[in-house]
Design a protein around this ligand. Sequence first.
Ligand SMILES: Nc1ncnc2c1ncn2[C@@H]1O[C@H](COP(=O)(O)OP(=O)(O)OP(=O)(O)O)[C@@H](O)[C@H]1O
Ligand SMILES: [Mg+2]
Length: 248
Amino acid sequence: MAASLLKIDQLHVNVEEKEILHGIDLEINKGETHVLMGPNGAGKSTLGYALMGNPRYEVTDGAIYFNGKDITKETPAERAKDGIFLSFQNPIEVPGITLGNFIRTALEQRTGKRIRLWEFKKELKKAMEVLQMDESYAERDLNVGFSGGEKKKAEILQLLMLRPSLAILDETDSGLDVDAVRTVSRGVEEYQKDKKGALLIITHSTRILEALKVDRTHVLADGRMVASGDSSLVDEINENGFEKYTEQ
Ligand SMILES: Nc1ncnc2c1ncn2[C@@H]1O[C@H](COP(=O)(O)OP(=O)(O)OP(=O)(O)O)[C@@H](O)[C@H]1O
Ligand SMILES: [Mg+2]
């Protein structure tokens, strides 16, 4: 039997006193890839933030278990240490810290070990090659002045360097040109390859999924899980839209 990694049990989440998620159940096993789809405003990003422990997203009922441990009350930093990673739909700019230093610090916090600079640089160079990112980006302030696509690539670079046990990718493919989607998809594939990391991919498009093996697809509408299936559900939705899941 596959080992459970993430288990969400009847999760209710409020944003600014308003309930957005009304009792979500979801289970992801180690190494699995799940896709989360749903109309705009359904609550997909909200679920991502709640899983990461963003304090603006208040869990009012239910629980989140990670590796068998109840993490519902853990801080984002503790969850990052546990091995959860969230790639933002809109990555923020952080002046004063370079992309390279940001990743190195995050890596040291996650592992609790110092990493030799030359070793880190070697790994970083390798990952940047996969993503076809010029090395000079590592020396630039995190996301400052990065184009939309470059910010998304920087997120995948963090994914490849940090190797979390669960990565939540929130529309990492939106706003990318055809070549960049392929590059980012290759980066995600690289992460998927070692079979240690699980993925929850929030997306509106199938392009990023083409090279990836999808184990499960879920549909979220109006803060509720309304459908679940295998990878063929992605194609079904692309053909017919969400109508049948939203009209009740
Ligand atoms: N900080 C916030 N303040 C007020 N409302 C919020 C906040 N965050 C989310 N919401 C509301 O919660 C609902 C769900 O938003 P969410 O961003 O999770 O949707 P989504 O499924 O990710 O949509 P999209 O596909 O457009 O990214 C929306 O109605 C949104 O306006
Ligand atoms: Mg969203």
